[in-house]
Ligand binder design. Structure first.
Ligand SMILES: [Zn+2]
Length: 284
């Protein structure tokens, strides 16, 4: 007997189907299948064409594509404008992974160095927090590493008339937009760092809140100790290939003791942010 579930399982490509299904690839492949089926139908019989089309649709359904390599092809040849219709261009990342604006990052590093917040590592291939900033930042963390009310705590970090807490690391701005931190500890770390930076940087408060949150997220990558439990933090870099989007590098800092996520960002491969991450913590 034919073991249908086993065959389906073998054909299935979860990386290109389900929520990973890529609309441009699917559309392109169905169009190609239709052309081939029409060609086959004309050359042989309508039935053969229809059968071939049905098989092709099934393959696209199961595998996400018909022609091997389509994900790469659409990424390479479809213009950004077209990809953006499908939400595939280098559009802003979802809220969970804020993208650092690369344009001002170099300038930010220079300013932060001047303010004695960061310094270059001894061998010059990365950044570290200065001892002074690290100590003061940690002193400003709430006991237990979590704030009592996220909505009150982040008031200085967002631009909104009304802020509501939605859980321990999410707030809702003006009843519409949600902002989520990686964990309660990440949120508490940003609030504490924001307070310390106000004392060190002129003009910090007048920066756009989104820009400030980007800098704060970058600083979290440089922490060595968990804001909640003081456990050791580990940062990983991973190149993420995604169907039609340009490859990005995911930077993730997690606590080895309590497992909290402290920072999770996705940046372009040429982002200067990658130079921040201490050398030796996985190659990008
Ligand atoms: Zn921890």
């Amino acid at each position: 007997m034919i073991d249908v579930p086993a065959i389906v399982a073998r054909l299935e490509r979860p990386e290109y189907t389900g929520e990973n299904r890529c609309l441009p690839c699917t559309v392109a492949n169905v169009a190609i299948a239709a052309l081939l089926a029409v060609g086959l139908g004309v050359a042989t019989s309508t039935l053969a064409g229809a059968l071939a089309f049905a098989c092709a649709l099934l393959l696209v359904y199961l595998r996400g594509y018909l022609i091997p390599g389509t994900p790469t092809l659409t990424r390479r040849y479809l213009p950004d404008r077209v990809l953006s219709w499908f939400g595939k261009a280098d559009a802003p990342e979802p809220e969970r992974r804020p993208t650092i604006e690369t344009a001002d990052l170099e300038a930010a590093v220079e300013t932060l160095s001047t303010a004695d917040v960061v310094r270059s590592t001894a061998n010059g291939d990365g950044l570290r927090l200065t001892d002074d900033f690290r100590e003061r930042w940690t002193d400003r963390l709430p006991a237990g590493g979590a704030v009592e009310s996220p909505a009150d705590a982040v008031a200085s970090l967002v631009d909104a008339d009304e802020i509501d807490s939605c859980g321990e690391a999410t707030v809702e701005l003006d009843g519409t937009k949600r902002l989520r931190w990686e964990s309660d500890a990440a949120l508490a770390a940003d609030v504490a760092a924001d307070r310390e930076l106000r004392t060190r940087l002129d003009g910090w408060e007048t920066l756009e809140p989104a820009d400030r949150r980007d800098v704060l997220a970058g600083l979290r990558l440089l922490r060595e100790r968990c804001p909640a439990c003081d456990g050791r933090l580990e940062t990983r870099c991973e190149r993420v290939e995604h169907c039609c989007r340009r490859p990005r590098v995911a930077l993730e800092t997690d606590c080895e003791s309590c497992g909290r996520s402290i920072a999770a960002l996705a940046v372009g491969e040429s982002s200067p942010l990658l130079e921040w991450v201490p050398a030796g913590d996985g190659g990008a």
